[in-house]
Write a protein that binds this ligand. Structure first.
Ligand code: SAH
Length: 481
C-alpha cells in the first residue's frame, strides 16, 4: 500500500501545549482564526498586537488570553513552544519567523509555507479525541471539506466517551490480559452499551455499563437498531441511521428500502433482504422476529432497516415485543415517513393555521366493516389524512368518506415515489380518488393525502388525478426528472 504512494513532506504529530506558552503575532482576521484554533487547547495563549481589531479584542476578552498591546519585539517570543506569525504583513511575518527559528521555536506563518516549520490542521475536536486534517498548506478549502465530513461522522458524545475510556484504562489493564480480550473490551466499550448510553447523554449510565462490561469480561451481547431509512432519497437518511449502518454486522431490510441506502452499510456487513412487498415471496413476520432474536443472541449488531419511519406501519411493535421477550437490547432510530416526504414534494402544509390542526396516519384497509373507523370522523372534522398502502383501496376510501359526510370537493394529493427523482405528483378532489385504482402505470409506492389543508399545496408540477389523458402524466414525469 505505502510502496509507491506519494510521500508526505510534513509528518503529523500532536504537540503537548497544556500550560505552555503559545504566541500569536498579529491583530486582524488571520490572528483571530489562529486564536480560535488555539483556543480549543489548554495552552497559555498570548497575542501580540498593538492594533488589535475589535473582533480580536472581543475574543481575547471573552477567552481570557493575554493581550500584549505593544509593538512586536523578538524578546516576546522567549519561552514559547509554538509561534504563529499572523500579522498579514509579509515583512513582519518574516521577521517573526526568523526570530522564532533563531530561538529554536517552531513557527507557523499564515499563507507563507516557506516560513513555516509546521502547518496547522483543520480540526475535528472531540477532546480528548482529535482528528487533524492537513494538506501541507496546499488546499485549505479541501481540508475544511474533509473536516466537515469527518465532523458529521463522529457523534459529539465521542469526547466524553473517550474521556470515560481514559478513566477506565488503568482498571482495564489490571483486569484484562493484554491481547484479544482487552481489545474486545475496548471494541465493546466504544460500540456497545456504554457508547449508546453516552450518545443519548446518559453519562452515569454509560459508566455503569462500562463497569458491567469490565466485570462480565465476556463477549458482547447483541444489539438491534430498528432504523428508519426514510422515503427513498439517500440524503433523507439521518446521521444516526448512517452511523448505525456503518457499524452493523448484519443489515436486514425490507423491499421498499432502496439499494443505495443498504449500500451505505459497513462493507463487510451481511445483507439480508426480508422482502415484505405485496405479491412477492418473502419471510413471514414470525420468521423475521425469530431471526432478529437469533442474531441478537449471537452477539451481532443488527440494523433492522425499514422504509420511512420504523414505527409507522412497519410492524415494529411485534419486533420490539419479540426482542423484549428475549431480553435483547434494542433501540429505535426515527426516519422521515412517506407522508412527510409526499407533503414536502407537494409543498403541502400538513397543518394549516385556522384550517387544520390534526393529522391522521391510516391505511384505508380498515374501512371494510359496517362501522366507520374513528379516523374517518377526524377526516370529516377537517384533519389531514395520510393514507399508506392506499392505492388498491382508493375507491373504497373515497366512497366511504363521502358517504360519511365528507364533501366530495375535499382536496386530495397523490405522490408516487415521494422524494425520489422519478416521483409523480397528482392532485384532485376526493371525488376523483377512485381513478387512482385504475392507474396501472403507478408501480412505485403511493401516498395519498386528503383534507382541507391539501388545497394549500403547490400543484404547479402535478397532474390532475381525473385526467384521462395519460400523456400528461408522462410529461409530468419528464418535468420532474
Ligand atoms: N414505515 C413506512 C411505511 C411503510 S408502509 C413509512 O413511514 O413511510 C408502505 C407504504 O408507505 C406504501 O404502500 C406507501 O403508501 C408508503 N410509501 C413508502 N415510501 C413511499 C414513497 N417513497 N412515496 C410514496 N409512498 C410511500
Amino acid at each position: 500500500m505505502t510502496n509507491g504512494a506519494a510521500k508526505l513532506n510534513a509528518f503529523p504529530v500532536f504537540v503537548r501545549v497544556e500550560g505552555e506558552a503559545v504566541i500569536i503575532v498579529g491583530g486582524g482576521d488571520e490572528a483571530l482564526a489562529k486564536a480560535r484554533l488555539l483556543g480549543q487547547t489548554s495552552a497559555r495563549l498570548t497575542i501580540v498586537a498593538d492594533h488589535a481589531e475589535p473582533a480580536l479584542a472581543a475574543w481575547i476578552a471573552a477567552n481570557g488570553a493575554t493581550h500584549v498591546n505593544a509593538p512586536y519585539e523578538p524578546a516576546l517570543l522567549e519561552g514559547a513552544v509554538l509561534v504563529f506569525a499572523a500579522s498579514g504583513d509579509e515583512a513582519l511575518d518574516r521577521q517573526v519567523s526568523d526570530d522564532a527559528r533563531r530561538l529554536g521555536i517552531a513557527v507557523n506563518a499564515v499563507d507563507r509555507p516557506e516560513l513555516c516549520d509546521f502547518f496547522t490542521p483543520a480540526l475535528v475536536n472531540r477532546a480528548p479525541l482529535a482528528v487533524a486534517v492537513g494538506t501541507e498548506g496546499a488546499g485549505p478549502v479541501l481540508a475544511q471539506m474533509v473536516r466537515a465530513k469527518i465532523d458529521r461522522m463522529l457523534p459529539p458524545s465521542l469526547g466524553p466517551l473517550a474521556a470515560l475510556g481514559n478513566s477506565l484504562r488503568e482498571a482495564a489493564d489490571k483486569v484484562l490480559p493484554k491481547g484479544s480480550r482487552r481489545r474486545r473490551f475496548w471494541n465493546d466499550f466504544f460500540t456497545g452499551a456504554p457508547a449508546r448510553a453516552m450518545e443519548i447523554g446518559h453519562a452515569s449510565e454509560a459508566r455503569a455499563a462500562a463497569a458491567e462490561l469490565l466485570a462480565r469480561n465476556a463477549p458482547a451481547s447483541g444489539h438491534v437498531a430498528l432504523v428508519g431509512a426514510g422515503p427513498g432519497a439517500e440524503d433523507l437518511l439521518t446521521l444516526r441511521a448512517q452511523r448505525h449502518l456503518m457499524e452493523a454486522d448484519v443489515i436486514m431490510y425490507d423491499a421498499l428500502v432502496p439499494e443505495a441506502v443498504v449500500a451505505m452499510g459497513r462493507r463487510d456487513a451481511e445483507r439480508l433482504p426480508v422482502g415484505k412487498r405485496k405479491g412477492c415471496h418473502s419471510k413471514s413476520q414470525e420468521e423475521i422476529n425469530a431471526l432478529l432474536v437469533r442474531l441478537g443472541r449471537e452477539g451481532k449488531r443488527v440494523v433492522r432497516l425499514k422504509s420511512g419511519d420504523p414505527l409507522v406501519f412497519g410492524r415494529a411493535g411485534e419486533e420490539m415485543q419479540a426482542l423484549r421477550d428475549a431480553g435483547i437490547s434494542y433501540e429505535v432510530v426515527p426516519g422521515v415517513t412517506a407522508a412527510f416526504a409526499a407533503a414536502a414534494d407537494c409543498e403541502l402544509p400538513l397543518t394549516l393555521r385556522g384550517v387544520t390542526s390534526s393529522m391522521v396516519f391510516t391505511t384505508g384497509h380498515d374501512l371494510k366493516g359496517g362501522t366507520l373507523p374513528d379516523w374517518a370522523k377526524l377526516a370529516i372534522s377537517g384533519a389531514t389524512v395520510a393514507v399508506y398502502m392506499g392505492r388498491s383501496v382508493a375507491a373504497d376510501v373515497a366512497a366511504r368518506l363521502i358517504e360519511a359526510g365528507l364533501s366530495p370537493d375535499t382536496a386530495v394529493a397523490v405522490v408516487e415515489n415521494a422524494s425520489l427523482a422519478e416521483r409523480r405528483l397528482f392532485h384532485g378532489t376526493i371525488a376523483d380518488l377512485p381513478a387512482l385504482q385504475d392507474r396501472d402505470e403507478l408501480t412505485g409506492p403511493v401516498m395519498t393525502l386528503i383534507g382541507d389543508a391539501v388545497a394549500g399545496a403547490n400543484f404547479a408540477r402535478s397532474t390532475p388525478l381525473a385526467d384521462q389523458n395519460r400523456v400528461a402524466a408522462k410529461e409530468n414525469l419528464g418535468a420532474d426528472a
